[in-house]
Every structure is written in C-alpha cells, then in structure tokens.
Design a protein around this ligand. Structure first.
Ligand code: ADP
Ligand code: MG
Length: 400
C-alpha cells in the first residue's frame, strides 16, 4: 500500500475555496494510486471563529482553568476542521473516515499544552485505508495512556503529520501551506526571498529552530529518524515546493548544493539584561534564574559584566531576581534576534565582517552577537528587525 500523508495548515482550510484547493491535492494523490491520510489544523488564524487562539481567548488566563481543561478546549479547533473537511470530501463522492488524535493512536505524555508523542498506534488508520477510505485526522491532538486529551504545542499539526508518516511508512509527508515552499527568508519580510528546491533535514531543522515557522523543528526530527521525505508546498499551486531529505539522498542524486548559508531568520519578543560591576554574584544570578525556569540566550560573562536575553514575558521576573541580589540591571526591552543560518558557516573567514558591515550600513545597532557551528545570531532592537533581515539577505546574495 503506497501511503501519502497530506497536512493542511490553518489558512489552507480556512475558507471553502481553500478547502476545495486542498481537496484537489487529495484527489490528485488518489488518482496517482496513493492511499491518503489528511491531517488538518484548526481553520484560520487568530480572529477566525474556530482558530486555536480564538478558542483560547474564550477563557481568561486568570480564570480558574487547569492545563488539562485548556487542552480539551484547544483541541476543539482541529475536531471541527476535520469534520468540515471530511464533509467536503464526502460530497465529492469519497469514502471518508474521521479520526481524532486519540482515535488515530497518537499516544503522548501528560505535558499539557506541549505534549510529546510516546507512541503511534496506527491500526485504526490502516484498517480504514484498507477499506478504501480517505482518513482525515485532527492535527495537534494526542491522548495520554490514561485517556486524557493533550495538545502538541505550536506547529503541532506538522508533528502529527510526520509522526503518522513514520508510523505508516508513508512515501512522503506533504506539508501544504500558504507559501511556495521553504524560502531563504520569511517572504513576508523579504519580497525577493528565493524558494529552496531541496534541503536536508539538518538545514531545515536549524532554520526552523531559529524561527522560520514554516515547519515545526520537532516534526522534521521525527521524519528524519526514519528518513521519510517531506515536501513543503503551496495549497494553491501544483508546484513541487521544497523537498526535505537526508544529505545522503541529495548526494546520490547529485543535487546537494554547495551553499553555505541556508537562510536568514528572525524571532522577536526578547529583553536584554546587562549587569556591570566588579563583584557580580555570577553563580547566584544564574542559579536563581534557572530555578524560576527562565531560559536564557546570548549569555555573556566576563570579569565585570554579565549579559543575557530572556523571553519578554519573563522579563519582570528576571529583573526582580537580580534586584533581589542587589544589582540594578540595564534593560533593553523589545529586542529581536536575527540569524544567519547555514551548515557551512563554521570557521569561514569574513562572515562576521559581512554581517557587521551589512548591518552597519543600514544603521542597525548590534546589541550582542553569538555563534554556533551552524548559526550566527545578532540581537537588535525590534524596530530594526525587518531592515536587518533584508540587509543580511542582500549581503549573502540569497535571492539569486
Ligand atoms: P500553516 O498554518 O500552514 O502551518 P504557518 O503560518 O505555520 O502556516 O507557516 C507558514 C508561514 O511561515 C508563511 O506564511 C511565512 O510567512 C512563514 N515563514 C517564515 N519563515 C519562512 C521561510 N524561511 N520560508 C517560508 N515561509 C516562512
Ligand atoms: Mg504551521
């Protein structure tokens, strides 16, 4: 049995017109002889009646609602979406079986709101596929061993899709979205961003971890475990999109390019804390911050300075912690992180020079920088973020 998993994101199922475009992809796959498993996200984005964020806004954060109940609430968007999608398929003459995450066998731990998949029990899907049904599975949902509903966190439907792809031995997992594939930068910021035809799991994982939200990095890691190829494609075209495979496969076909920069990414909503002084209590600063569960980035430690960034929402707590230790931090709120991502950048001379000059020319101040073997990050002010991304994209000539 040749199986294809096709995941349709929020905008791809938001309107009847989009759903029709999505159904055409399902029908094309059926005509090619595939058995099809469709994974759907909730319909639309914030503001749309059944989008996840809208459902969440039905309860106030201060209301007495537990995390377990929140997951029951949040999982509704995908349930509605699956039934609506299935009804369209059925009206066009297809046999359809709708399964919730639990019914599809997505077993998770009980980390509500961000649950991890422990196991997939695909028997019920397989049985429906064998009967000739198109199986429509609600994305984003799971179930604990005790039968409690869980959700998989942001981008969770991507994870549902690749986990099912692996469990079912699918030929491909298609991630349908509102852009033509994985681009060298967010096309909403860089108009002439170029679509990448082929990327490796590692490349796209790096890009996704650094903020390119076109696919969730956990979804990529799951596909990578069993080498299931992913195609990131547009719902509104027949274009092949971006093919994500392992490096070896690309090498075999001779398609692995020698690019050393994959793309530019951005992520906003950070605050920078800088502490100066001759006798900073380093240990206690880091121990106390960790104890409150605040994650740090851009960590800089020298004899008379400690600096780091925290997620904006954690800034008040992070500031309170250092004040309790008798230090008044300098705080730069509303920062963003822009990154140059590429497997080949480690140790290449001149990369930092290029980054610094590009940002300097644009009058963008670099508040801090950091690097790893695949990424160079610069911390900038949020109002400078878009300009910084465009400048770096130009400097590395990524649109050609
Ligand atoms: P979906 O609802 O289909 O899951 P998402 O909003 O999660 O869609 O992801 C698609 C969006 O990702 C695009 O609209 C685009 O703005 C954004 N994006 C960010 N970085 C990139 C990138 N490098 N390539 C493609 N899209 C990107
Ligand atoms: Mg998404």
């Amino acid at each position: 049995m040749r199986i294809l998993v096709q995941k349709f994101g929020g905008t791809s199922v938001a309107s009847r017109e989009s759903r029709l475009a999505a159904v055409r992809h399902v029908e094309r796959a059926l005509a090619e002889g595939y058995r099809v498993v469709v994974v759907v996200s909730a319909m639309g984005r914030k503001g749309d009646p059944y989008a996840t964020d809208t459902l969440l806004s039905a309860v106030d954060e201060t209301d007495a609602v537990g995390k377990r109940e929140l997951d029951i609430l949040m999982s509704c968007g995908e349930t509605i979406s699956a039934v609506v999608f299935a009804s369209l398929l059925r009206s066009r003459g297809h046999e359809v079986s709708v399964l919730t995450g639990a019914q599809a066998g997505i077993v998770t731990n009980n980390q509500y709101g961000d649950a991890r998949i422990l196991e997939v029990r695909p028997e019920r899907i397989l049985e429906a596929l064998e009967r000739g049904c198109v199986v429509v599975v609600t994305g984003f949902q799971g179930v604990t061993l005790d039968g409690d509903v869980t959700t998989l966190g942001r981008g969770g439907s991507d994870t549902t899709a690749t986990a099912l792809g692996v469990a079912l031995g699918a030929e491909y997992v298609d991630i349908f979205t509102d852009v033509d594939g994985i681009m060298t930068a967010d096309p909403r910021i860089v108009e002439d961003a170029r679509r990448l035809r082929r990327v490796t799991y590692t490349e796209i994982c790096n890009l996704a971890y650094q903020g390119a939200k076109v696919i969730h990095p956990r979804a990529v890691e799951i596909a990578m475990q069993k080498n299931v190829p992913i195609r990131v494609r547009s719902t509104h075209s027949d274009d092949e999109g971006t093919l994500v495979t392992s490096a070896t496969t690309s090498l075999e076909s001779g398609a692995l390019s020698d690019r050393f920069v994959t793309g530019i990414t951005q992520a906003a909503s950070f605050a920078q804390l800088v502490m100066d002084g001759p006798e900073l209590p380093y240990g206690r600063i880091f121990v106390e911050t960790a104890r409150r569960g605040i994650s740090l980035d851009f960590i800089y430690v020298s004899q008379d300075r400690v600096a780091y960034t925290v997620p904006e929402r954690d800034a008040p707590a992070a500031i309170a912690i250092v004040r309790e230790l008798g230090i008044e931090p300098r705080v730069v709120p509303d920062c963003a992180r822009v990154a140059v991502v590429g497997a080949g950048i480690a140790g290449v001379p001149g990369i930092m020079a290029k980054i610094v000059s590009a940002l300097e020319e644009e009058g963008v101040e670099i508040l801090q920088s950091a690097d790893s073997h695949t990424t160079i990050w610069c911390l900038v002010r949020r109002p400078d973020m878009e300009r910084a991304v465009r400048a770096l994209h130009r400097a590395f000539e990524l649109s050609q």
